[in-house]
Ligand binder design. Structure first.
Ligand SMILES: [Zn+2]
Length: 431
């Protein structure tokens, strides 16, 4: 660990117990630096931040809500204006990351070296709090750090680490490998911690259940989608593993992480200012769901000041002793909405177990292929097994729309989205 990362981690281990007033003071000092930097060096923000700047150059925090929200479309269409002409001392150099995301709008962000250190420190705090041993970890990925698709089965990333069972770097597995091969590689390399999207890890866990010599893991850490209570129980049953959700994004970095066995997330308020806003743009109260708007402090190369990343959540409380803010019910990261002439419908309440049992499937995906036609793609667990479609069709018509036709299509592998995620519900109608 670099000296800088250690310094940030030392602060994070302390700041998690700061009283809210002290945290707010810290956040405002971070925000003030970012705002001044953006106003001076980033064309996009030259006048956009005027509402909060007093004539003497001080910041009027009472007018914060008047700063316009930055959208994903802004990031896609006005990226060059969002880039900083120069960086604060000690922040560089920078690296570009492209993310396709589930929203379908691909965007590229520009991350500084300092941003990388800060995010790794936040990840280390999470590991310490949950007693996760990061050595002997594996990530399942679709592309390497340069965004190039993986052409090898696996590779080792980073410096050799004597703490790892094989003394190597971190194992990165190619996501397109058959599940059985992934499990072999985890076993051969003595991996005990897995990092993956929860829906993809679920498919792996189901394959592990029917494997002769099943793989045992300590922890499954999930990102990119919400980890559900069912998935958590499955990871325990299949791998004997604890599991946690990490709330992160390419744009915002490490935003939060699950608290223990709960499905609540503690935020990292030292990394980003996070707002949850109602339809009128005002902050939501506890338990009131709203849109998440983030301002990451370390994003100085491409500042995102009040950026809406497309998730919704609500403020909650936690009694574990940590003073870090808590959110829950994060949605918008997993399932797409289906579109009908009457409006959009979500598939919330879908009885996944009913589908899996009647299809005898390892994995499935529901795709809206025509307005009133759903295609259910599924990976059969066994070769010869009759499926029982009737209860599924009944359930889907009750839950989603009575006029739906449902067709069933066995596949070898459920297609992943461009970001490598398995999305359970997709709308494939032309927009
Ligand atoms: Zn907690």
């Amino acid at each position: 660990m670099s000296e800088l990362q250690q310094k940030i981690l030392d602060m994070l281990m302390e700041s998690q117990f700061w009283p809210p007033e002290r945290m707010l003071e810290f956040q405002r000092s971070q925000l003030a630096q970012l705002l001044r930097h953006a106003r001076e060096n980033v064309p996009f923000y030259r006048n956009r931040l005027d509402p909060v700047f007093k004539s003497n150059g001080e910041i009027d925090w009472d007018r914060w809500l008047q700063i316009p929200i930055v959208t994903r479309a802004d990031l896609r269409d006005r990226r060059s204006e969002l880039l900083a002409a120069k960086l604060p001392p000690g922040h560089g150099p920078t690296k570009t990351f492209t993310t396709s995301g589930s929203s379908g709008i691909p965007v590229s962000i520009e991350a500084t070296r300092l941003w990388g250190h800060a995010n790794r420190a936040a990840n280390r705090r999470f590991n310490r709090l949950q007693a996760i041993r990061p050595a002997a970890g594996a990530t399942i990925a679709v592309a390497d750090d340069n965004g190039d698709l993986l052409s090898v089965e696996y590779y080792f990333k980073g410096k050799p680490n004597p703490e790892r069972p094989n003394g190597s770097g971190e194992l990165v597995l190619n996501r397109s490998l058959p599940e059985a091969r992934k499990l072999d590689l985890l076993q051969e390399n003595g991996i005990v911690n897995l990092y993956d999207f929860p829906n993809n890890a679920e498919v792996l866990a189901r394959a592990n259940l029917i494997r002769k010599n099943s793989v045992k893991l300590e922890v499954v850490s999930c990102f990119g989608q919400g980890l559900t209570a069912d998935q958590r129980a499955l990871f325990q049953e299949s791998f004997g593993a604890r599991s946690f959700g990490i709330y992160s994004s390419e744009e915002g970095g490490m935003l939060g992480f699950h608290c223990g066995d709960s499905l609540r997330y503690h935020l990292n308020p030292e990394m980003a200012f996070i707002e949850i806003l109602d339809a009128g743009g005002l902050p939501c109260g506890f338990g009131e769901p709203g849109r998440i708007v983030i301002t990451p402090f370390y994003s100085t190369a491409l500042p995102l000041i009040r950026y809406e990343q497309g998730d919704t959540a609500e403020l909650q409380t936690c009694d574990c002793g940590s003073r870090l803010p808590v959110i829950g019910n994060i949605s918008g990261r997993q399932d797409q909405f289906l579109r009908f002439p009457e409006g959009i419908r979500s598939a919330t309440g879908l009885r996944q177990a009913l589908l899996r049992e009647n299809l005898d499937a390892l994995a499935f995906q529901i795709a809206q292929v025509e307005t009133f036609k759903l295609e259910i793609r599924f990976v059969p667990a066994r070769v010869k097994k009759d499926i029982n479609p009737d209860p599924i069709v009944t359930h889907i018509r009750q839950l989603i729309h009575p006029k739906l036709d449902v067709v069933f299509k066995p596949v070898e592998k459920v297609p992943l989205n461009p970001g490598g995620k398995l999305q359970r519900i997709v709308c494939e109608l032309a927009s």
